[in-house]
Design a protein around this ligand. Structure first.
Ligand code: AMP
Ligand code: ZN
Length: 480
């Protein structure tokens, strides 16, 4: 039995898939305008763990992750600039160049963390038709209204609005300042946004919404600002709101009702609330998603690690510091996925040491056939209890330290299907051939007692990022 904490019911529940043996799972993916930081990646490590636990239990998982390359504004609500357009303007590139560049970087991090690729990466800009079609359904059912800014979802027509975060609508209205614009209710949100006029003060009257966007002028005679990414729609030229992509694409690949939806906890109060409102209104199925799961933040001392703050760390920065990304993965297991985790150099350093020691001990274990049922059972109890990774890691350590335990290697191998830590993989450093040649030449120089040449070659190697240390057996080579 697997129990999972469902944000919707605020309880741990036994997980039973809608269709026996199969799980449909959707994860809110990256907005690809900048590098992902280790905090973002904590959310994907959590989703990967969940998937691995389900698979470990014999379930077939169909996992979809979206790639946001349009529509995500600098505020999660409907204000500010489109993050992709802003980055493209700043870097002097096309939006497509930006999204592909940062997606490739993201994929590299994803692979370094040994995260299993989803069934499909679904790109927002490649599913405009599906999003427009869904807005059409909502329009037909009477859930939308038009402003000069776009087509909005009328949250007062969806009685359950706020059920995920359990927020009282009145509470929101008294609290945070929300720009109303022409919105009828504070919790209304954009489904489709019109491309803006250059003259921002001027509304864009519908008679001027022409198909050839380059010809569109505001009443004052200004040309419209041409967005790089905009499409025609029944309501005028523009682009989809951020939330609609997840509802439209998940239904395309997973059906109009599916098992699990994941994301970071900051996605929950606005983005996921809006996803639910649109999907349950359009498809008429309740609940749209059976289990909602959210990953906790990776925090720095100043608060949540964020792309916009200067305090972010990336996987390639860790690698440059000689830290194996899997040691970071191991570090994230020190807290339960739902709890905040504090990022600190000291905390990470001790996880790096602990991960190295763990692998060292494991590499010294003699491979005796068989499985240790007692430890495996304990491990399974931990992972199936809402992914208790600190507990699962403790069982692993108990096993490796138990001198009398049998079947250690087979058991560790099974556990690693969930940990994803490559616990049995030897860390072999690949030495490029030109480096190898220089090292050999230096050895010859040393044998010939040509110390000047030998030192020269050593310095050359150092310049290439390799340190050679002489030892009794010959030499050790280390990458710095
Ligand atoms: P973004 O690329 O900004 O759309 O974010 C991608 C994912 O990272 C979302 O699911 C966020 O909830 C999550 N996320 C952002 N910051 C953090 C953080 N500091 N810790 C954990 N998850 C985060
Ligand atoms: Zn989403």
């Amino acid at each position: 039995m697997i129990t999972l904490y469902n944000t919707m019911t605020r309880k741990k529940e036994e997980f039973v898939p809608i269709n026996e043996g199969k799980v449909g799972m959707y994860t809110c993916g990256p907005t690809v305008y900048w590098y992902a930081h280790v905090g973002n990646l904590r959310s994907y490590i959590f989703a990967d763990l969940l998937k691995r636990v389900l698979m470990y239990n014999g379930l077939k998982v169909k996992h979809v992750i979206n790639v946001t390359d349009v529509g995500h504004l600098t505020s999660d609500a409907d204000e500010g600039e489109d993050k992709l357009e802003k980055a493209a303007a700043k870097e002097g590139k096309t939006a497509k160049e930006i999204s592909h560049f940062y997606f490739d970087a993201f994929k590299k991090d994803f692979a370094s963390l040994n995260l299993i690729d989803p069934f499909k990466w679904v790109w927002a800009s490649e599913h405009i038709k599906e999003q427009v079609d869904m807005v059409k359904v909502l329009e037909k059912k009477g859930f939308t209204y038009e402003t000069t800014d776009g087509i909005y979802f009328d949250s007062s027509k969806f009685a359950d609005y706020g059920k995920l975060s359990n927020k009282k609508i009145e509470g929101i209205e008294e609290g945070k300042r929300i720009a109303m614009g022409e919105k009828k209710n504070k919790t209304d949100f954009a489904l489709w946004k019109f491309s803006k006029l250059e003259d921002k003060k001027q509304a864009f009257p519908s008679e001027l919404r022409v198909k050839d966007t380059s010809l569109a002028r505001s009443p004052s005679g200004h040309f419209r600002t041409k967005r790089q990414q905009e499409w025609d729609s029944p309501w005028g030229v523009g682009f989809p709101g951020w939330h609609i992509e997840c509802s439209a694409m998940s239904s395309k690949y997973l059906g109009k009702q599916f098992d699990i939806h994941t994301g970071g906890i900051d996605n929950m109060p606005i983005h996921h609330e809006n996803e639910i409102a649109q999907s349950e209104s359009a498809w008429g199925k309740k609940p749209w998603v059976k289990t909602w799961m959210h990953g906790g933040f990776l925090n720095t001392k100043e608060g949540k690690m964020a792309k916009s703050s200067g305090k972010m760390k990336t996987i390639s920065q860790l690698e440059e510091e000689g830290i194996n990304p899997l040691a970071y993965r191991y570090f994230t297991y020190s807290a339960k996925y739902r709890k905040p985790l504090i990022w600190s150099d000291g905390g990470l350093a001790s996880a790096v040491e602990s991960y190295k020691r763990l692998k060292n001990i494991i590499s010294g274990i003699e491979n005796v056939r068989g499985i240790n049922k007692k430890y495996l059972k304990e491990f399974e109890e931990r992972i199936n209890d809402d992914l208790d990774m600190p507990g699962a890691v403790a069982v692993l350590w108990k096993l490796v330290r138990d001198e009398k335990a049998e079947g250690k290697i087979g058991t560790i191998k099974k556990m690693d299907q969930v940990f994803g830590l490559e616990l049995l993989k030897e860390d072999i450093v690949d030495v490029p051939s030109d480096v190898r040649e220089l090292v050999e030449a230096r050895k010859v120089a040393r044998d010939e007692k040509d110390w000047v040449k030998s030192d020269e070659l050593r310095d050359k190697l150092k310049g290439m990022g390799w340190v050679v240390k002489d030892s009794k057996e010959g030499y050790d080579l280390e990458k710095v």
